[in-house]
Design a binder for this molecule. Sequence first.
Ligand SMILES: Cc1ncc(COP(=O)(O)O)c(C=O)c1O
Length: 472
Amino acid sequence: MKDSDFLGDAARAARWIESYRRRVAALPVLPRVQPGEIEALLPADPPDEPGSLASLLAEMDEIIVPGLTHWNHPGFMAYFCSSTTDAGVLAEFLAAELNQNAMLWRTSPAGTELERKVVDWIRRFVVLPEAFEGLILDTASTSSFTALLAARERAVPGVRQSGLSGRAGLGPCTVYVSSEAHSSVHKSALAAGMGLEQVRSIPVDDALRMIPDELEQALSRDREAGDTPVMVCATIGTTSTTAVDPVSEIAGVCSRHGVWLHVDAAYAGPAASLPEKRKLFDGWERADSIVLNPHKWMSTPIDCSVLLYRDAGAMREPLSLTPEYLRSEEDGTNLMDIGLSLGRRFRALKLWFQFRLEGAQAMRARLRSHIAQADRVAKWIETDPRFELVAPHPFSLVVFRAVPPDGIEGDEWNRGLLESVNRRGQVFLSHTKVGGRYVIRIAVGSARGTDEAVREAWQALQEEYDRLAEAY
Ligand SMILES: Cc1ncc(COP(=O)(O)O)c(C=O)c1O
């Protein structure tokens, strides 16, 4: 590809994006391909000769698009929304050209300082105290893992030097989550060498919220048995149902037991910017660390996870390590000191572009429109005897169940209904289990979503219900 083609090719790529946007709503959200099909269409050997962008874009249409699950489709309501806006798309384009790697301040002064600034804008957006600072990582899984390592170092000083194994008098290091918590916390415990068995699953109440008394008892029991409690992770907006743990009470328990409190608000975090939702975030300002993902409900292109923490020293403790070739004299922030990766993408640019091109007011308005859409879906469900809500819907996810016709088993009926709806192609919903029962999730919250798409999803559910009932 010659340099002189760049402007023409950039225009070609932009036109391709524009045409994809016009087409996407008419494509099936879930691709109709079998495993291995896309791979088989691609050559075994890497091409030797250069090709034109025009022919490559044609291959995008022929090979790649038919194999895409369209996360930017208005009917994508399966997993927590991960959508994009112009601001993020343009920022990713420019970031690739600039190719910044802000491992040290010296390797990207602007990348480092923009990251510090936009993280602080996020902090202000979600109204957390100035005591919090942070950085941008790829995913909530990495953010929670990074927090866990800091918590572990605090609970067991010197792990970075001596490791965990073979330390006399050290019992199991334990982590506490509700039974509804995301598996990324369990994975973090695995990666940190603590072991799945040391992840204590604290029971939840009827609203699927961690029970603080149960947490208190578990911590006391474990301490008495010689275990070392390392971290409690409370969730604001669980993956299954968006349940909200009582963070304030949990923070009280953590402070009595001297245990690190991490808050997983990966999905729901941005809603803290809405005064009418603030109650749900009560107490999160007492956390030691908090994760929220702009690449979920803030419509920032994946990946972008913001980890906020109170004690930067504690965050640096587990992993900062500077070999000779990375020593530098400046006293600017070296972002590589926190977390595992040395190299890091210029993710700050897309948050900057979003705040600058969209503005916080529009971002809040978008969140409100998603919440209104979810409220409408919940009303439709409540007033239709064929369906029932199975959990509260404080944000933009609605979890419900179809009431089966007489004589039909409920789980089987809901599974069949979900499959039929997804097979139609215009909408993609997902499932979870609540109280052991199979239930359906409809997750609105995409920047590309529309009122019409939400109505169509509801209509698809009703029509497929009736069609299946007739066939029985
Ligand atoms: C509450 C919660 N925490 C953590 C995660 C993990 O997110 P990531 O894919 O960014 O690691 C998810 C993913 O949906 C989530 O819903």
